[in-house]
Ligand binder design. Structure first.
Ligand SMILES: [Zn+2]
Length: 278
């Protein structure tokens, strides 16, 4: 997520609540297109959480799909399942926050791969962890977003983050696709999230910010699909940092997903270009 004037998202969630203009309240249930994982760093501590998504999925499936919990729990999370009704981490891992993204936010651990980095950022938006969010922007983001030299807009970025976390609520995070970049220290990750203005932030007059509402006056929930680019930065101990993003509109994303699926199945027709990926 980034930081724009409207909700934040991309755990790239750069800064911002920008959801509003995105998909206008479409609560999409997007079919997940599986993609090759982009990274391979070891995942020491937080298995089950911000770790390879295959594992997360398996664990999630094991938990929701049957309380029996037998098979799929191959080393992931079974023992960490929160008690029924207990809050799970906002990153969607189905693990409690304490054992999931909190160690990252507290600086006690570093997300082991790009998806974990994205999840931790999204969770940071939900929980308002501004210092953590600030520390996980690549210096390039400043140039991308504000047109300054790399790292040159720290104050503005902080203000935008404060706005994004205080004025918007985020939910519905889901990773849609992870893909390697042009070199081993670059990765792309596509995800979606919902944002909605907190009503208490709306002021009747004198503020340029006005929450979008539905006809009945309730706050409008926006869904954003964002493709973020992360770069692994040697200067920060090899951490994956959020560099920049593009927003993807839902119909476009659906069409691309369909084509990718056709390619994966080896069906012709997905021809228009493209070297298929595996
Ligand atoms: Zn988490």
């Amino acid at each position: 997520m980034h930081c724009s004037s409207r909700g934040a998202a991309g755990a790239s969630l750069a800064t911002g609540a920008q959801g509003q203009r995105g998909l206008r309240g479409v609560l999409v249930t997007v079919p997940v297109v599986s993609a090759p994982a982009a990274t391979t760093l070891p995942a020491p501590t937080h298995e089950g959480c911000c770790v390879p998504r295959q594992g997360v999925r398996a664990a999630a499936k094991a938990k929701s799909g049957g309380s029996g919990g037998g098979a799929a729990a191959k080393g992931f999370g079974a023992a960490k399942a929160p008690a029924p009704g207990k809050d799970t981490c906002a990153c969607g891992s189905k693990i409690v926050y304490r054992e999931c993204c909190e160690p990252y936010h507290a600086g006690a651990a570093v997300p082991p791969d790009v998806e974990a980095a994205l999840r931790a950022r999204f969770c940071g938006f939900v929980k308002g962890r501004v210092p953590y969010l600030l520390s996980t922007f690549h210096p390039h983001y400043h140039a991308f977003k504000y047109g300054t030299e790399a790292g040159g807009a720290a104050k503005q970025l902080e203000r935008d983050l404060e706005t994004a976390v205080s004025r918007f609520k985020y939910s519905g995070f889901k990773v849609l696709e992870t893909a390697p970049g042009s070199h081993s220290d670059e990765a792309f990750i596509t995800f979606r999230y919902n944002s909605v203005a907190k009503t208490r932030a709306v002021r009747p007059t004198g503020d340029s910010f006005v929450a979008e509402t539905n006809f009945d006056g309730t706050a409008k929930v926006s869904t954003t699909i964002e493709r973020s680019r992360f770069l692994r930065d040697p200067a920060s101990g090899g951490q994956w940092l959020f560099a920049d993003y593009t927003l993807i509109d839902y119909p476009t994303w659906m069409e691309e997903a369909k084509q990718a699926e056709l390619r994966a199945r080896g069906e012709a027709g997905a021809g228009a270009g493209a070297g298929g990926s595996a």
